[in-house]
Design a protein around this ligand. Structure first.
Ligand code: MG
Length: 249
């Protein structure tokens, strides 16, 4: 099932079937049901598919990316937060900050949480997942490296493109993932190269903080990260989900 959040006169929720959106009476995360109204997918303005209370990111989860950053493969996940004010809808413009000289793309699989998760075991973790979507963990690399910790470099408004929809039926352990910059492939890997699998990440994070419905976990980026410039088109594509397209303003 593919769920979207979209804008008409108000924010609405829908279930995508082929080229059709079945409009829901409320948020799918709150048990929204089909109203009977249907509209063409091409006529809706997509929003980021959920409104998380927090976005937890895992750094260095593909061994090939750790290598290109000259960092050792971590023994346990390195986690950090991105503010929800960084979230950007599909087709939205990433705002290039005046104080950065290097803004990088990072294609990532995003997990959307479906139930309150606290101290969840790895064995039970799948029960707490609502679905998956595409994310771009946009990073002001110069500021990230200059500051030594990542908050400023990762947190500018528009630095978290998310979408286009949440796919609920997916095996996250073997998905091709690609990033296209101006239609040229810059990153290409597979989630089978994760250092820490999805269930482990959920268990690990839920031991630290309670995860709530709609919360998002970014699962790290593969090798090939690189800079964007104003005017670029950037696409994150993940097998069996689809593509998240954005532009650099
Ligand atoms: Mg990242």
């Amino acid at each position: 099932m593919r769920y979207i959040r979209f804008q008409r006169e108000t924010e609405q929720f829908g279930l995508v079937e082929g080229d059709i959106v079945k409009v829901l009476d409320k948020d799918f995360l709150a048990g929204g049901r089909a109203t009977g109204e249907q509209i063409p997918l091409s006529e809706v303005k997509l929003l980021a598919p959920c409104k998380p209370a927090k976005v937890v990111c895992v750094g260095l989860n593909y061994s090939d990316h750790a290598k290109e950053m000259n960092l050792a493969v971590p023994e346990e996940p390195i986690i950090f937060l991105k503010p929800t004010t960084a979230i950007l809808q599909p087709e939205g413009y990433i705002a290039y900050p005046n104080i950065s000289r290097q803004v990088d793309f990072e294609a990532e699989l995003a997990i959307v949480i479906g139930r309150h998760a606290h101290n969840v075991s790895e064995k039970d973790a799948a029960d707490f997942i609502f679905g998956y979507t595409c994310a771009n963990d946009v990073t002001a690399r110069d500021l990230q490296l200059k500051d030594g910790q990542w908050t400023r470099g990762k947190s500018f408004d528009t630095f978290l493109p998310l979408g286009p929809w949440i796919e609920t039926e997916l095996n996250p352990g073997n998905l091709e993932i690609k990033l296209y910059l101006n239609k040229e492939v810059k990153q290409h890997s597979n989630t089978k190269n994760f250092i820490f699998p999805v269930n482990f990440m959920i268990s690990f994070i839920s031991e630290v903080m309670t995860l709530e419905p709609g919360d998002v976990i970014l699962t790290g980026t593969p090798h090939g990260v690189g800079p964007m410039k104003s005017g670029d088109e950037v696409v994150v594509w993940i097998e069996n989900i689809g593509e998240l397209k954005n532009f650099v303003g």
